[in-house]
Write a protein that binds this ligand. Structure first.
Ligand code: MN
Length: 576
């Protein structure tokens, strides 16, 4: 009913049979593994990813050796060091990891998180001059810096050393730095391009720790820190940055979630408490409940709150910061709802024939337009641009679907002199321009979108049919064995055939609850997250007692581990 087509994830029946026999797996699990390309030889590493097995030699990253040598010198001579990071979760966790590690080896550091609204993204010339003025002699940038020509050239001219720890796509020529540690450098052959910045930062920590040990830094009474206790930070940043959950990332997340469940980080513990998250930490909780609160400060409040929450060891401060971030997140949600409603209203008023969704308004909060663009993509399954206008200036955030290279389109617009500045990658981009240029710019981008054929957003991948009777806490636990899910390891989705939808109730603005009932009278709780305007909401209500097929994922609910179904799409026989 949403306009998407359903596709079975293909798998090899022979592999499924072997997996069942060799590993005593249930048929459903074996099917999931086979559909994800996991072979017999990989199965152990997949089901129980060990850090020891996946952790590479950190020095295999280009420039790692130079960065480690410089950092060791800073530690052993107690230099004044600053950690500068983006406010988002990857940046905040990377900054917290480096800050905690350096503090544990005796080096206090200065935290600097630029305000995206006033300073822009990454290190600016102003930040570099300020840190230099404070007597800082070494800056480590995390999750930013690879493109910061002006700032890094200024630092070089001031004699301020910089180590860049990043994973963003680098330009052909790199700005000057003591070390540019980035697995996505063209000349880096570590094969670690899937890491988030916090993952790269962890490798810097591993290598620096080893170098300090070899330099005799840990002679008593000074002890060596246990790096594993900070894997909670690595897992959080990795999950929230939406990098593929494969190889080392999988090991980081699995081990990090186990560490997080012990509650050793006061900030994370207080935040989980505030959200009433009892029990073990899960990938879902990190990605969708904790993560948005960590970066809420950067979106609508004060940029460094998230990083400070992750750094503090003071329980009272942790509780205060957790409360503040939770409040800011509520404010962000309110702004997001308001902006989404206004944007949807505008889009629906003009119809939806174009190959690109365009929404613009005055004084929409720049901190939420990216999220609103992502919601519009979910809704219309087309690339979306959300523009906020203020004082003759327009700022935009855009999200795409597979098959349409948004970054390239924005670059083309910049080359056509339509933008003041702009950049991004295939799936997400941002730009600013003069408001008077908007009509021309819109026509320009719609022209490019019309020529493209975005297809993937219209596909819904399905792992297979399942009966309602099979939906149980035991099955959910089995599926959790294949977690964490995300990019590169899609969460299992099943089809429940010939069911009716019963006791439908709208319980919140974007939340509908119901029961699915099959021909045998088996019932299960289900939930649909979709606003009133979502293409599924009205048709679902109009179904009545007619049979339909439901595509859904399993979700634990509450502390009692009941299982409910998260509805992704519904088809009737009329859909063919
Ligand atoms: Mn990142």
């Amino acid at each position: 009913l949403s306009g998407r087509t359903w596709h079975w994830r293909p798998y090899d029946a022979e592999t499924v049979r072997h997996l069942c026999q060799r590993f005593a797996l249930g048929e459903v699990t074996a099917r999931l593994l086979a559909a994800r390309g996991i072979t017999l030889a990989d199965t152990d590493d997949f089901l129980a990813p060990k850090l020891k097995r996946w952790l590479p030699e950190p020095l295999s990253l280009r420039d790692m050796a130079a960065g480690v040598a410089r950092l060791v010198r800073a530690v052993t001579t107690t230099e004044r060091v600053a950690v500068l990071a983006d406010y988002d979760v990857d940046g905040a966790t990377g900054a917290a990891l480096l800050t905690r590690f350096l503090a544990s080896v005796g080096l206090p550091t200065r935290l600097y998180i630029p305000d995206r609204l006033t300073e822009g993204y990454g290190p600016g010339v102003g930040a570099i001059e300020r840190l230099h003025g404070e007597g800082i002699t070494l800056v480590i940038t995390v999750d930013c810096g690879v493109n910061a020509f002006a700032a890094l050239e200024r630092a070089a001219s001031l004699g301020l050393d910089v180590i860049v720890v990043d994973h963003h796509q680098p330009p052909p020529r790199l700005p000057p730095a003591i070390a540019q540690i980035n697995p996505n450098r063209a000349d880096d052959d570590s094969g670690l391009g899937h890491l988030a910045a916090v993952g790269v930062a962890f490798l810097l920590v591993v290598a620096t720790n080893r170098a300090l040990r070899e330099a005799g830094w840990y002679r008593p009474p000074r002890g060596e820190p246990d790096l594993r206790r900070w894997l909670d930070l690595v897992a959080l940043g990795t999950l929230c940055d939406m990098v593929p959950l494969i190889g080392l990332n999988r090991a980081f997340v699995r081990q990090g979630l186990a560490v997080a469940s012990l509650g050793g980080n006061p900030g994370l513990a207080r935040l989980a408490e505030r959200l009433k998250l009892g029990g073990a930490m899960t990938a879902y909780r990190f990605a969708f409940l904790i993560g948005p609160r960590i970066n809420a400060g950067g979106r609508v409040g004060q940029a460094d709150l998230g990083a400070r929450l992750l750094i503090t060891d003071d329980d009272a401060e942790a509780a205060a910061l957790a409360a503040r971030l939770d409040d800011l997140n509520r404010e962000r949600q309110r702004l997001e709802r308001q902006t989404l409603a206004a944007a949807l209203g505008g889009v629906l008023a003009v119809g939806r024939e174009a190959g690109l969704i365009w929404a613009e308004g005055d004084d929409w909060h720049p901190g939420v337009i990216g999220i609103v663009a992502a919601r519009l993509v979910d809704h219309f399954l087309k690339p979306a641009v959300v523009v906020t206008r203020r004082n003759g200036l327009a700022t935009a955030s855009a999200r795409s679907v597979a098959g349409f290279d948004l970054g390239a389109a924005v670059k083309a617009a910049a080359n056509a002199a339509l933008l003041l500045k702009g950049g991004g990658h295939a799936m997400a981009a941002g730009f600013s321009c003069e408001s008077t240029k908007l009509p021309e710019l819109r026509a320009f981008l719609e022209g490019i979108a019309a020529a493209a054929t975005p297809v993937a957003a219209r596909r819904l991948e399905i792992d297979g049919p399942l009966s309602l009777a099979a939906v149980s806490p035991q099955l959910a636990e089995t599926i959790d064995g294949c977690a964490p899910f995300g990019n590169g390891n899609p969460e299992p989705r099943f089809v429940f055939r010939s069911v009716t939808v019963d006791s439908l109730a709208s319980v919140a603005p974007s939340l509908t609850r119901c029961h699915l009932v099959d021909l045998n009278g088996e019932r299960r709780q289900a939930v649909l997250f979709a606003s009133e305007h979502h293409p599924l909401t009205q048709p679902l209500r109009a179904l009545g007692q007619r049979h339909c097929h439901v595509a859904a994922r399993l979700r634990h609910r509450g502390a009692n581990h009941a299982v409910e179904l998260l509805i992704d799409d519904v088809a009737t026989d009329a859909d063919g």
